[in-house]
Ligand binder design. Structure first.
Ligand code: UT7
Length: 325
């Protein structure tokens, strides 16, 4: 058995097209939908998001993030022996975006698969990769969150279309003698499927139902605040740590009010909260690794810091990972 898995490199990628709240509001106004920069900032903290061009898929964004993560880990694509992509906006119904990415990286043979846990996808994927490394199935994994949520937004629904963006974040997770992933805690409750879903599906060559995002924002908000605190506390208990041991909190970047609320419940000063939602919007499974990479590259989060990652999203799914970087 391998004692630990540890992150040895991070990377991220945002599609170049940055759309400010004002630009989005002007576009929506043409469709008769009223919103404003002020409303979006006040209720969410979002100032801008990035949208991918129509021909760009989740695997394209994942590829760029993966290249950056490999570079920062000092690894080549040929060193990778496991790829897990967390996404709810895959390139195809099948095969997995991980398989498409594997080919784009120019490698073959290692196991690859997607994880579908919506905005909790990255903490799910990291936990699975950690387990596969500890059992000796892999030694050097690429774990990625990649999304093109702009594809599934209903631009006639102002309560959701202003919230989300596209992007990808990646880590290289390797077998290690030193502690890296310290503990994780994953959950789901399928009775809440209806509060956050894309209810369409493919059948007989047609799309049946609505292939656009539906969310009961207030119901999601209330659940998110509660479960994020529970998951963080459970993860700390599993690792034998307390809130005081957390150097950085990197929650899913959905809404600054939820993020600050969680930090306060954990009695963490807001200086320990990593925030990218203002520039990225909610990039679902990509939001945590995107924020982690930005925090590492800016020099905020350093080697050996103790970092709490927390995800929450459709399913309903939620979970947390505590790690030493
Ligand atoms: O990624 C998975 C996790 N997702 C989340 O964590 C999202 C959780 N939910 C939220 O972040 C918030 O619930 C929202 C940001 C979605 C909404 O914020 P809220 O404070 O819960 O607003 P609300 O839904 O209570 O709406 C307040 C008002 C309503 O008008 P009335 O009924 O008070 O007249 C809405 O119709 O704001 C109106 N409204 C808007 N106004 C301008 C809703 N969307 C907009 C908009 N622009 N884009």
């Amino acid at each position: 058995m391998i004692p630990f898995s540890r992150i040895t490199g991070t990377g991220s990628f945002l599609p170049p097209r940055r759309v400010t709240n004002d630009e989005l509001a002007a576009d929506l106004a043409l469709r008769g939908i009223e919103t404003s920069d002020q409303w979006i900032i006040d209720r969410t903290g979002i100032h801008a998001r990035h949208f991918a061009e129509p021909h760009i898929g989740a695997s394209d964004l994942a590829l760029e993030a993966a290249k950056h993560a490999l570079e920062s880990a000092g690894r080549k694509a040929s060193d990778i022996d496991l790829i897990i992509v967390a996404t709810s906006t895959p390139d195809m119904v099948f095969p997995s975006s991980a398989a498409i990415l594997q080919h784009k990286l120019g490698i073959a043979g290692c196991p690859v698969f997607d994880v579908q846990a919506v905005c909790s996808g990255f903490v799910y994927a990291l936990t699975v990769a950690d387990a596969l490394i500890k059992t000796g199935t892999a030694r050097c994994a690429l774990v990625i969150g990649a999304e093109v949520f702009s594809r599934i937004l209903d631009f006639t629904d102002r309560t959701t279309c202003v919230l989300f963006g596209d992007g990808a974040g990646a880590v290289v997770l390797e077998a290690s003698d030193q502690p890296g992933i310290l503990a994780s805690d994953l959950h789901a409750d399928g009775k809440h499927v209806g509060i956050l879903c894309v209810p369409g599906h493919v059948s007989g060559g047609k799309v049946l139902g609505t292939p656009l995002l539906h969310m009961d924002g207030q119901a999601v908000f209330k659940l998110a605040v509660r479960v994020l605190e529970d998951a963080a506390r459970a993860t700390l208990a599993k690792a034998g740590k307390t809130e005081a041991d957390i150097d950085w909190l990197i929650p899913h970047q959905a809404n600054i009010r939820i993020m600050e609320g969680t930090a306060k419940k954990l009695k963490l000063p807001l200086e320990k909260l990593i925030v990218t939602v203002h520039e990225h919007g909610n990039t679902s499974a990509a939001s945590i690794p995107l924020a982690l990479d930005e925090a590492v590259r800016s020099g905020k989060v350093k080697k050996n810091d103790t970092v709490m990652l927390e995800g929450v999203g459709g399913g309903f799914t939620w979970g947390a990972v505590l790690l030493s970087l």
